[in-house]
Design a protein around this ligand. Structure first.
Ligand code: DC
Length: 219
């Protein structure tokens, strides 16, 4: 069984996917962390991402592994889990830029489909229901107001010990939305058969309940 949860930055996808994973007892994959891992690797190795051959080289040398463990999704480098490194705003911006590069999308799409071959899984991201798993059993698309998303992002970063301003976060989310929605390949948009859930005024637990109810009514 494949469940996809797509939506813009800060719509609560990761929290919802993690909680749903706990409820259903199946792993979840945070595909944004995979794009962030490529961005982090490029930054760490001072790779000029404007040159296509540099990106191709970086992808073949990147010793980063993607693992699931219970209801956690882990990005490992040299046997150490990456966490805070992936979530700073600079890496987020770079991830949104490298996500426009066809080779990067092809590489990560292949990795995502490989992870799906091990069994039932929840995939959360931008193009899970449209491009990577068009045949998914259940598809959801989360929408949330811009202000609420910025608030959540600030809180999420604070929990990780990273301080950012609300205005800057709002601007960077706006910019990311634009980049994600307007790129040529796999732009952010709901799959025609996705169930759209507005999460602006409801908690992550309520979103999970909505998803479970929709799943039990679908078959
Ligand atoms: O979900 P996130 O904010 O951690 O994602 C970081 C960036 O990765 C986002 O700006 C766009 C990109 N991304 C993507 O293009 N496709 C995905 N399936 C997931 C993320």
């Amino acid at each position: 069984m494949i469940i996809t949860i797509d939506g813009p930055a800060g719509s609560g996808k990761s929290t919802v996917a993690r909680k749903l994973s706990e409820r259903l007892g199946i792993p979840y994959i945070e595909t944004g962390a995979m794009y962030r891992a490529v961005a982090w690797w490029c930054k760490k190795n001072n790779i000029d991402i404007e040159k296509r051959e540099n990106i191709i080289n970086a992808l073949s040398n990147m010793n980063v592994r993607f693992l699931t463990a219970g209801a956690s999704f882990i990005v490992m480098h040299d046997g150490v889990p990456l966490n805070d490194e992936l979530y700073n705003p600079e890496v987020g911006d770079l991830a949104s830029r490298i996500a426009q590069i066809p080779e990067v999308r092809k590489f990560l799409t292949y990795r995502q489909r490989t992870l799906a071959s091990y069994g039932s899984c929840i995939f959360e991201g931008r193009d899970m229901g449209t491009v990577v798993f068009p045949e998914a059993d259940y598809k959801f698309y989360l929408v949330t107001s811009l202000e609420e998303r910025a608030k959540r992002r600030v809180r999420q970063l604070e929990e990780k010990g990273i301080k950012v301003s609300f205005e800057e976060t709002l601007e960077s989310i706006k910019k990311r939305d634009y980049q994600d929605e307007n790129r040529e390949i796999a732009p952010l948009k709901p799959a025609p058969d996705a169930t759209i859930i507005d999460t602006t005024n409801i908690s992550a637990d309520e979103v999970v309940e909505t998803i479970l109810t929709s799943m039990s009514g679908a078959h």
